[in-house]
Design a protein around this ligand. Structure first.
Ligand SMILES: [Zn+2]
Length: 170
């Protein structure tokens, strides 16, 4: 994506974000359904005694393996970590050369109600996902969902980070 502010400094401009919405799991393909289920299973093991907000995620690698993560909280709050980064950092530590194809995130309050919408990744997790997209020079499909299996899909984290920060600014 171009950096519009470098090229069109004096112009007003709109961004368009491309995403897909799935009403329920029936609209997903087989691998997507599997990732949704894995992410939900991972959510069950989230350690979220303080926020009561549990998130699970499942990550598909190019070699076909699926790994999961969930949020890990701490009494010293900043020491905790989101589900997405728990999984991404572990994967990068153990499979540094394997490309990440898809990540599926399912989250919401422990006591889920029908009204909880699909939960998008927080800003820090978006930035981490961006780092791995750039590192592997290939986009990652990101799905985020709720417990009703409503799913939003974007084909690159850049859709959710139009003015992203990367190493070219360093
Ligand atoms: Zn996060």
């Amino acid at each position: 994506m171009l950096r519009p502010f470098l090229h069109y400094y004096f112009m007003k401009k709109d961004f368009q974000i491309n995403y897909e919405y799935f009403r329920n799991a029936d609209e997903l393909n087989d691998i997507e359904k599997k990732l949704l289920e894995k992410a939900k299973q991972a959510r069950e093991n989230a350690y979220s005694p303080y926020s009561q907000f549990s998130v699970g995620c499942a990550v598909l690698l190019e070699n076909g393996e699926i790994f999961s993560g969930n949020n890990q909280e701490n009494a010293a709050f900043p020491s905790g970590l989101c589900a997405e980064r728990t999984a991404l950092f572990w994967i990068s530590a153990n499979f540094p050369h394997e490309k990440i194809k898809k990540i599926f995130v399912v989250g919401g309050p422990k006591e889920f109600s029908e009204n909880n919408p699909p939960i998008p990744p927080c800003g820090a997790c978006r930035q981490s996902l961006l780092e791995y997209e750039i590192k592997q020079n290939e986009n990652i499909d990101l799905y985020f969902s709720n417990m009703n299996n409503e799913v939003v899909k974007v084909e690159s984290i850049k859709e959710l980070l139009p003015f992203y920060f990367d190493s070219t600014f360093l």
